[in-house]
Design a protein around this ligand. Structure first.
Ligand code: PRP
Length: 220
């Protein structure tokens, strides 16, 4: 009898959770238990030897790096911010948004010689970007609702995720420049890809086929 090893998959709670469940379902990997999950955090699918866990974005990488989770579904924003070890195997093409520099409308962000202050939940991303563009800035870490920081006069601008743009708009802010595009990614623990090669490759292939199928539909 075939002796399949259990693969543990971490899904990021929140924004991309629904799309992640949807793509696994469409790829033929049943995770319907997660649709009526209540407060439960771990779900086992005995038929295909897969265990799903629901965790916060940053924790996906911690579990992956320590090898207690084999596969993670997480946003590129989190991957860029955290310097962790993993293989990025698939761009899932959902959860699409961008990193932008934004601030109050009608402000002269690029004028003057004073060192500009930047608020962000992503200090590493912001630091890297301004280093590359040769702008000397002071970064201030904020945990959420970063849009408030320039409104209250704490900073000149923010580096944040922009999806629909409505949070910026409703708070009188505008994009100054875009940094890069972001989407959800599938990542794999570096040891798991060898130890559970067949099981993990099967999952990657199934999901990749579904990503391609969706792409073909949108191209038509
Ligand atoms: C993110 C981001 C913006 C908002 C952008 O915040 O930090 O605030 O979404 O989305 P929009 O362009 O569609 O308006 P999130 O909802 O994750 O909450 P947080 O700021 O409390 O982390």
């Amino acid at each position: 009898m075939e002796n399949k090893k259990t693969v543990r998959i971490a899904l990021t709670k929140g924004r991309i959770e629904e799309s992640a469940i949807d793509i696994f379902q469409a790829a033929g990997i049943d995770c319907s238990q997660l649709l009526n999950k209540g407060r439960k955090l771990i779900f086992r699918n005995e038929d295909c030897n897969i265990e799903f866990v629901l965790v916060k974005a940053a924790d996906v990488l911690t579990y992956i790096e320590h090898g207690v989770v084999d596969i993670g579904i997480v946003g590129k924003d989190t991957l860029m911010e955290q310097n962790k070890k993993f293989y990025e195997v698939l761009d899932l093409r959902f959860g699409c948004c961008k990193f932008s520099v934004a601030g109050p409308k009608n402000s002269n962000f690029y004028q003057g010689y004073n060192k500009k202050k930047i608020a962000t939940k992503y200090p590493n991303v912001a630091r890297d970007y301004f280093r590359k563009t040769g702008q000397d800035v002071e970064i201030i870490k904020i945990e959420g609702s970063v849009e408030l920081a320039p409104i209250l006069g704490l900073v000149d601008a923010i580096v944040d995720i922009v999806e629909t743009g409505s949070t910026l708009k409703e708070n009188g802010l505008t994009v100054y420049e875009d940094i890069c595009s972001i989407s959800a990614r599938m990542i794999v623990n570096v040891a798991s890809i060898k130890m559970k090669k067949d099981e993990i490759e099967e999952i990657i292939e199934k999901v990749q086929r579904e990503v391609k199928r969706r792409e073909e539909i949108t191209e038509d």
